[in-house]
Design a protein around this ligand. Structure first.
Ligand code: HEM
Length: 181
């Protein structure tokens, strides 16, 4: 058992798991919606889902980064080797960076391309970037390359978490699991 000082606070865990669920839905939606051969209606549905959930993720990562900077995580468990702490920290900050860059580049790709983002349009939020094919293409390439990086880092992150939860059973996974005081 770990004391409260060694677990993440409820707000940190809520942000972590809500974003995890949304990202794990957004990545496959993005990969499937650009495939040739899927029906037009499925493609439209996935695009609408992807763009609008992606914008929600952009808002959530801003809140999460602000929260993280004001609320340092609990100290690392003493049994972890120094290299493990260093690698985990690097992966976490790379994930924060990609979780900001992914939705930002997606937003710029869509708005600079002159396309709708249904929820923002319904709320009357205007496009914040000018219409520009060059900007849209740059953002599209950024979004594409970052999608491979975030998929690889998410896989690494999940593998490490499962290793702690299933093989080591050392309490590291429980620090972030919901429901702990
Ligand atoms: C964390 C948030 C996001 C993740 C993880 C994500 C992930 C992905 C992935 C994996 C793809 C397929 C990439 C490829 O193989 O070409 C993709 C494509 C795409 N995404 Fe996102 N995305 C996110 C946010 C957004 C947002 C906020 C928008 C727009 C508002 C957006 C718009 C698009 C568009 C338009 C494509 C198709 C790219 C193209 O061919 O033009 N994405 N996204």
């Amino acid at each position: 058992m770990q004391s409260q000082a060694h677990t993440y606070k409820p707000a940190a865990r809520f942000l972590h798991w809500s974003m995890a669920l949304l990202v794990l839905a957004t990545i496959p939606a993005g990969a499937i919606m650009i495939q040739d051969g899927i029906s037009r209606s499925l493609q439209n549905t996935l695009f609408i889902f992807h763009k609008n959930v992606g914008v929600l993720l952009l808002l959530l990562i801003v809140v999460r980064l602000a929260y993280r900077l004001r609320n340092p995580p609990p100290p690392e468990p003493a049994h972890l080797a120094e290299w493990q702490v260093t690698v985990a920290g690097a992966v976490h900050w790379a994930l924060y960076g990609l979780l900001f860059l992914m939705p930002l580049s997606g937003y710029v790709r869509v708005r600079a391309g002159g396309f709708p983002i249904e929820a923002l349009d319904a709320l009357g939020v205007p496009a914040l970037v000018p219409r520009s094919d060059a900007l849209a293409n740059f953002a599209k390439a950024t979004h594409f390359w970052c999608s491979w990086a975030i998929a690889a880092l998410v896989a690494l992150h999940i593998a490490a978490a499962l290793q702690h939860a299933v093989l080591k059973k050392d309490g590291v996974f429980q620090r972030m699991w919901p429901g702990r005081a």
